[in-house]
Design a protein around this ligand. Structure first.
Ligand SMILES: [Zn+2]
Length: 265
């Protein structure tokens, strides 16, 4: 196993040892805003594609998840993996381990495996989500913004007996951004413009419910620099507005120097 796949199993182990996956456990540490983003399924999950095979669901889910993360100026934790279909138990354990404030699972819908008329946007919460609770507030905000931004049919907020909704301790919702089995929506789901619209709607909802900062007020040079530093492995990109200690600066300079040594040598 590679990368995040291996980490997922590690987190699963750790989560069960420390009891983070159990509902009675509470964590007393200071909680920073951190949003778990779940691009549903994986690149090779069977089924989960348009009837003509032109698009796999994960391609849409991951593109929207990437865009959401790039628009948010708060910590995010991705619980999916571009190389595999992370088990649902591991996704939930990673969100708990990261002490995420909320859990957002991003999907595209389907009915059957052939083209049909089912269409529109719907958002799910756990069957046990309390009325007036944060999960429903979040789900209604996501649904409202998605319908407003995309102008697709409003199928409403529903309760769904879905693993990641039932087992997350933080408020969670799962959004279905359109039907892969509807010809018009399948075309939209494959377009960068529609993917960007969906991401923007999800970010607007997070902003409305949690007051999160978005990168809209961040200058482009700062966005570029953060992306570069993350790509180089100098930083994980967390807490972009936080103050840097001298120790952290030294560590980053040291990483940079080691990178240069590797390039030169
Ligand atoms: Zn899905």
């Amino acid at each position: 196993m590679m990368g995040r796949d291996r980490d997922a199993f590690f987190y699963m182990e750790v989560a069960s040892i420390f009891g983070w996956d159990r509902p009675h456990c509470t964590w007393s540490g200071a909680l920073a805003m951190r949003i778990a983003i779940d691009a549903g399924h994986g690149p090779d999950t069977p089924g989960k594609r348009t009837p003509d095979g032109a698009m796999r669901e994960y391609a849409f889910n991951a593109a929207v998840a990437d865009a959401v993360c790039s628009m948010l100026d708060v910590d995010t934790v991705r619980v999916d993996d571009p190389t595999c279909d992370v088990p649902l138990v591991a996704r939930v354990a990673m969100a708990h381990q990261a002490q995420a404030t909320c859990y957002m699972s991003i999907h595209a819908n389907a009915v059957g495996t052939t083209w049909n008329d089912a269409q529109g946007i719907e958002t799910f919460v756990s069957p046990s989500a309390p009325e007036g609770g944060q999960a429903l507030v979040l789900a209604r905000a996501v649904q409202k913004h998605l319908v407003a931004v995309t102008k697709r049919r409003d199928r409403g907020v529903k309760r769904g007996d879905l693993y990641v909704l039932r087992h997350t301790r933080m408020p969670s919702c799962l959004v279905e951004c359109g039907f892969m089995t509807h010809r018009d929506e399948a075309a939209l789901l494959q377009s960068d413009a529609y993917r960007h619209q969906c991401a923007r709607a999800i970010v607007l909802a997070l902003k409305e419910v949690y007051g999160v900062n978005t990168t809209t007020n961040t200058p482009q040079w700062a966005i570029d620099a953060r992306a570069w530093a993350m790509a180089q492995g100098l930083t994980d990109g967390s807490d972009p507005k936080g103050t840097v200690t001298r120790e952290q600066m030294w560590a980053m300079l040291q990483r940079f120097a080691k990178m240069q040594e590797r390039k030169d040598g």
